[in-house]
Ligand binder design. Sequence first.
Ligand code: SF4
Length: 185
Amino acid sequence: MSDTEVNDVLERLCNLLRMETRAFGQKYGLQPVQIDALTYLTQCNRYSNTPQAVGEYLGLTKGTISQSLKVLEQKSLLRKLPDEQDKRVVHLTPTAKGKKLIENAIADKSLAPALANSTKITELASVLRSTLRKVQQMNKRKAFAACHTCRFNEQSKKGYLCGLTQEPLSAQDIQLICREHEYPS
Ligand code: SF4
């Protein structure tokens, strides 16, 4: 398969997934960007759940993202909580209702049935992950990847530690995505 064909297939697949997200969101009066923002907030860590980080992750302006966050808050899908150290910083936490909605949204557009008979899923995932990483590096975009793959992630007998913030990390924390993530060189 040529590079162009791979590009075309990925674009078509992304378009189809976007259509599924739009159709799902319509049932709840939500735009795809609102579903995307809420999905991100169910997957990111405590350093990454600010309005600014949501905007960076989705590549959207502050104005666009604040409108979307307002809708999610009005629908009781997320809560805004002030930072304990710095009251100017706001953290966005999905409510139980918000988490459930995203669980359903993810199930709705799952590729599992289409991949059911594929024997090379591990290789496919590895190629896609490596392609994503290279594209992010070429475009100088933040990785927003899982904490356990970060160069600052340290493990000792006492557990996990973020070498950047010097704060302990739980086993659950290291599965979450982080705006400060950097791959080892
Ligand atoms: S180790 Fe890296 S990814 Fe994990 S919290 Fe620290 S900066 Fe973020």
